[in-house]
Design a protein around this ligand. Structure first.
Ligand code: NAD
Ligand code: LMR
Length: 350
């Protein structure tokens, strides 16, 4: 049963990957080949996202060392994941005393540490706890691996990314090319929901999602979707947009108090981490959506398509042509996103 589940996970990952991302997830390609050494640290590795993400990163042949850090529970997770017969060496680190060791030498740090939502909460309701967690983890990143790429998963992403930027600025290590808010799950959802409605093969669907990662700040650009389906009405596009914006809440409510998206997030996080590693390794034309420092609107942080390269962000791509509905959505999201950014900046500097 477990074997079958893993095989279908692999198949799903490969389908999504089509020709590039995660296409290595086949038995034959578990060897390291000529891939350079890359250390990846996962902070919050014993959590709902952290555990499946650790497994998916263990399946990635671009990773040579996998450091699993949490405040509790990592020895068990690391022992378990380490038995998978793939390239990377796995080590578990537990408690603040071991955070430095976990981070030292990391090329990529993925952060799913922090509390998840319960029904009735907004992502911003997590700010009071998660802002402090992110601030202390980023302080350690600035000290132990200042050149690492950071993939921020912890919510509220609209604020935690600005917090990380401020912490790095204070430490003198900020490189805007290396800080990413992970909004990949919005893209994953938009693709899935669109494919279901338009009856097109999900593996072929591509749709940018821009803005931020909370409610109306999540703006899928279905006018730019490929392959196009002319059969969808404006009402259906509106409904798809709303479902994408509420995708996280749909899972929170279905889990009824037992947390938020973990498995789909681990998948999305693994896809995005893989894209960052490919960029670092010099693979050309790696483009994914992410929430980054940006000047494509008046907001200092904004999610859009980003070209990834050897130094992280190589280019923040523009929005492209928007439908009237999307233009309105863009205007509607700005006030909330601006205030979430300002809240993060203020917190980090107090
Ligand atoms: P979880 O409670 O299952 O796991 C969180 C883990 O973080 C726990 O193991 C906990 O021990 C650990 N942790 C807490 N403080 C820590 C610290 N100081 N250092 C290291 N680890 C610490 O939660 P989860 O379901 O895995 O969600 C984690 C976060 O990811 C939440 O904030 C959630 O809202 C967010 N999330 C983001 C997205 C996204 O699209 N960006 C999607 C889903 C969830
Ligand atoms: C998601 O989009 O699933 C996450 O941001 C978790 C949440 O709280 O919705």
């Amino acid at each position: 049963m477990k074997y079958l589940m893993l095989r279908s996970l692999e198949t799903a990952l490969r389908r999504r990957a089509s020709s590039s991302s995660l296409s290595h997830l086949s038995r034959r390609s578990y060897s390291s080949g000529s891939n350079p050494e890359r250390k990846v640290a996962v902070l919050g590795a014993a959590g709902g996202i952290g555990q499946p993400l650790a497994l998916l990163m263990k399946l990635n042949p671009l990773v040579s060392k996998l450091a699993l850090y949490d405040i509790a529970g990592t020895p068990g997770v690391a022992a378990d994941v380490s038995h998978v017969n793939t390239r990377s060496e796995v080590a578990g680190y537990m408690g603040e005393d071991q955070l430095g060791q976990a981070l030292e030498g990391s090329d990529l740090v993925v952060i799913p540490a922090g509390v998840p939502r319960k029904p009735g909460m907004t992502r911003d309701d997590l700010f009071n706890i998660n802002a402090g967690i992110v601030k202390s983890l980023c302080t350690a990143i600035a000290k132990y691996c200042p050149n690492a790429i950071v993939n921020m998963i912890s919510n509220p992403v609209n604020s935690t990314v600005p917090i990380a930027a401020e912490v790095f600025k204070k430490a003198g290590t900020y490189d805007e090319k290396k800080l990413f808010g992970v909004t990949m799950l919005d893209v994953v959802r938009a693709k899935t929901f669109y494919a279901g409605k338009a009856k097109v093969p999900v593996a072929e669907v591509n749709v940018p999602v821009v803005g931020g990662h909370a409610g109306i700040t999540i703006l899928p650009l279905f006018s730019q979707v490929t392959p196009k389906s002319n059969g969808l009405s404006d009402e259906e596009i509106k409904a798809l947009t709303k479902r994408t914006q509420d995708g996280g809440t749909e899972v929170v409510e279905a889990k009824a108090g037992k947390g938020s998206a973990t498995l789909s997030m681990a998948y999305a996080g693994a896809v995005f981490a893989d894209a960052c590693l490919k960029g670092l390794n010099g693979v050309p034309d790696i483009v994914e959506c992410s929430y980054v420092q940006s000047s494509i609107t008046e907001l200092p942080f904004f999610a859009s398509k980003v070209r990834l390269g050897k130094n992280g962000v190589e280019e923040v791509l523009g929005l492209g042509p928007l439908s009237d509905f999307e233009k309105q959505g863009l205007e509607n999201l700005k006030a909330e996103l601006k205030s979430s950014i300002e809240k993060g900046v203020k917190f980090a500097n107090q």
